[in-house]
Design a protein around this ligand. Sequence first.
Ligand code: NDP
Length: 280
Amino acid sequence: IPLKRYAVIGNPIEHSRSPFIHELFARQTGLAITYEKIKAPLDRFETTVREFFAQGGQGLNVTVPFKEEAFALANPNLTPRARLAAAVNTLWMDKGNLHGCNTDGVGLLNDLLRLGHSPKDKEILLIGAGGAARGVVFPLLEAGCARLRIINRSPERALTLHRHLVEQLPDLSPRLSCGSLADAGGPWDMVINATSSSLGQAAPDLPGNLYKPVSLAYDMVYGGQATPFMRQAAEQGAQTVADGLGMLVGQAAASFAIWHDATPDMEAVLTALRQQLRAH
Ligand code: NDP
């Protein structure tokens, strides 16, 4: 029997850890699969996806910069989470139709719970308004946070995201606000960095007084050591600082559950991944 075929598609894709994670999940659950990396040319995402499924592929994870295109491709077969995020990171075929979901938000929520920081009743500052921020805003509100403020280097992008959410769910507006980086407000129970600033070895340009005494600073970026944002947060008094590796494993676990109807053990995979990153 040929092995069932899965992949992550993006550009660039060389550094993706998704094959490592999904292969460990498959081993844990006794499934025989292959999981590869596909680098799609920037102007050939749709063709590459169609070829993958036409050749018997079963499921795709989608990463930068194709999540919006994946959303358009899977429309109208979208989960409510994908619709609210207007971005898709998980694709699969059902009865000849392409379906899409966004598991980034579930991945973050699972990791926050693992860290002992439930978003319920918390005041949360979210930095960034790109694809990653869009994926997590609704799940954080749905999890019962008391207040969510979205700030971004280009404030108009935070405003667009704010408008999109309030249009879809007007009930959210009393808990939601947006602004520029300088207008961060606070102090907050939780500050989540959903920008790619740490990749450029700098923390976002933020004012002080962001952290309450018992607060969590979370950087979605990961890489085996403390990011500039994590270092800045620790200096400014955040009680707990975390990188985004747990979110990465969490979103992968949620995709795995959609494709295989099985729940893998995230903790074991997170430990193995951390060891692998430290070794490099
Ligand atoms: P996008 O390119 O869609 O958005 C980038 C965001 O970062 C924008 O808000 C941009 O602001 C902001 N930004 C970039 N550089 C700076 C800077 N120097 N100072 C302040 N803001 C900055 O990327 P994504 O939203 O898709 O991804 C963001 C990060 O999240 C990536 O690093 C990615 O690796 C990580 N990520 C992690 C996941 C995980 O599982 N752990 C899942 C998904 C993403 P502006 O609008 O002004 O340009």
